[in-house]
Design a protein around this ligand. Structure first.
Ligand code: FAD
Length: 441
């Protein structure tokens, strides 16, 4: 191995996987070509904020695109912007919100890169109406070790364009992206909440809700009380204009410190849920939230992840078709009675779009669970995997590090299409991550 390479030990955000990895940090376009030519296997990294090891692997040289964070072109009239793929969401928003423009499909943490968001086809809180980031991508400039520089869009290299959005970095390095922008004439949000006593109430509310595309609806539910399974709150973020400018979002110093042990157990989860429910009960029904608080719910709450300790956590995010969501969750409840899993987060939101290739996209309810990473929960999740197959539910491969090839292939109907198209584009399968190896993509 070339000794000019920097070596680091990297961990996935959920702490399920770590590995020593060799790095290259290109600063110029020529360096992307040079570093790609020098290495046999590659993978591009954005901010490495993925829950699962998506942007590294012990046998791949990591191209870290951090330095590619410039705004290359902005056309206010056409509502279009071209940015380098390493730019972080907060840097992008700090520029574009001044023009009352944005893209609505931004994932919930501002330190994620736009290259990473496009490569995972990320979604935001309004995914029930705005779908995934795919809907805002107009063009991509890709660099591939064998094919060189490629312009991708619906008019040029369409097949590779489709493979690249949500293609998990396996088609090459996204160097720049052109986005279509949408108007955003608001400055903050009014958050209205409503108590629910059972998970069925959430589903009913979601179904009856008239969809204003600018209102974000989601729920927080407790799971420790099986008699009142899903007791919790539904939140609605309604955008408002209070004439105050949106404050600039500050950069963050990454802090990898974790609690040495896991704080979450049966009792702490019960106590936390009780206190949080009580807090929501006494808090005003309506409150004002800043832009940052509404769009990026995890800002300032990073300790929640750290409290899982060095073994980390498992997140299972599932896209459940609307017509079976009640039966599916009833079965989940029955499994909870038997297995008593330790679940720290249970939340629902709507998702819309079309499921294709490897993308976590489609029409239905997006159900998110966070689990303590222990043996008991792994066994419970095997049962959830079986339910996914039974009910045609789509598990997110970018959230759950534990998912294996067999469940992946049973749930994603276009796996083979993706594999065939990718191998015909890249016979040597140059771009590889831990996930691509595990799922044999
Ligand atoms: C706190 C938190 C909240 C989140 N909220 C949401 C959410 O609301 N919705 C959602 O959809 N996701 C969410 N995510 C997941 C996150 O959006 C994705 O994992 C995203 O890919 C992370 O981007 P990154 O810049 O960290 O990329 P990385 O983790 O570094 O990479 C992710 C993938 O993108 C590829 N990639 C990155 N940059 C490039 C590039 N320039 N060219 C080619 N491929 C590239 C990598 O190879 C890898 O496959 C959240 C994550 C966290 C930690």
């Amino acid at each position: 191995m070339n000794f000019f390479l920097e070596k680091l030990n990297l961990k996935s955000f959920d702490r399920s996987y770590s590995s020593d990895v060799f790095f290259k940090r290109p600063e110029k376009y020529k360096e992307i070509e040079k570093f790609s030519a020098e290495s046999q296997n590659l993978i591009t990294m954005g901010s490495n904020y993925s829950y699962v090891p998506l942007s590294f692997h012990k046998e791949s040289i990591v191209l870290d695109l951090k330095k590619f964070n410039r705004i290359l072109n902005f056309d206010k009239q056409k509502k279009e912007i071209t940015v380098e793929a390493g730019i972080k969401i907060f840097e992008f928003l700090n520029f574009i919100l001044d023009y009352n423009l944005w893209i609505p499909q931004l994932p919930g943490y501002p330190y994620i890169s736009l290259g990473g968001a496009v490569a995972t086809n990320a979604h935001g809180k309004s995914c029930g109406t705005h779908g995934t980031i795919r809907n805002s991508v107009k063009k991509i400039l890709l660099y591939h070790k064998v094919h060189g520089w490629l312009n991708l869009s619906n008019d040029e290299n369409k097949e590779i364009f489709d493979l690249t959005i949500g293609g998990l970095g396996l088609t090459g390095t996204i160097v720049s992206i052109t986005f279509s922008l949408e108007e955003f004439n608001f400055t903050s949000f009014t958050t209205v909440k409503k108590k629910v006593f059972l998970i069925q109430d959430v589903i009913k509310n979601f179904t009856n809700e008239t969809t204003d595309k600018n209102i974000f609806i989601y729920s927080w539910n407790a799971m420790d009380d099986l008699k009142n399974f899903g007791k919790g709150y539904i939140f609605k973020n309604i955008p408002i204009n209070n004439l105050k400018k949106i404050s600039k979002i500050k950069s963050l110093k990454k802090n990898d410190y974790r609690f040495p042990i896991c704080f979450w157990n049966k009792f702490t989860i019960k106590i936390f849920n009780k206190i949080y429910l009580k807090f929501l009960d006494v808090e005003k029904k309506e409150k004002n939230d800043s832009f940052v608080d509404a769009i990026f719910p995890f800002i300032g709450k990073e300790n929640y992840f750290k409290l899982f300790g060095s073994k980390g956590f498992i997140e299972s995010q599932l896209l459940v078709p609307n017509n079976i969501v009640e039966s599916f969750l009833e079965e989940v409840k029955n499994l909870c009675k038997i297995h008593e899993p330790l679940i720290t987060l249970f939340s629902l939101k709507k998702l819309s779009g079309e499921q294709k290739l490897l993308r976590f996209e489609g029409n239905g309810i997006c159900v998110t669970f966070d689990f303590v990473n222990n043996k008991k929960n792994h066994l419970f999740l095997v049962k959830i995997d079986e339910l996914c197959v039974k009910y045609n539910v789509l598990p997110s491969i970018i959230k759950d590090s534990r998912l294996g090839q067999s469940i992946f292939e049973k749930c994603y109907s276009e796996v083979e299409i993706f594999r065939k198209k990718l191998i015909s584009f890249d016979k040597k399968r140059i771009y590889q991550s831990e996930l691509s190896k595990r799922l044999k993509i």
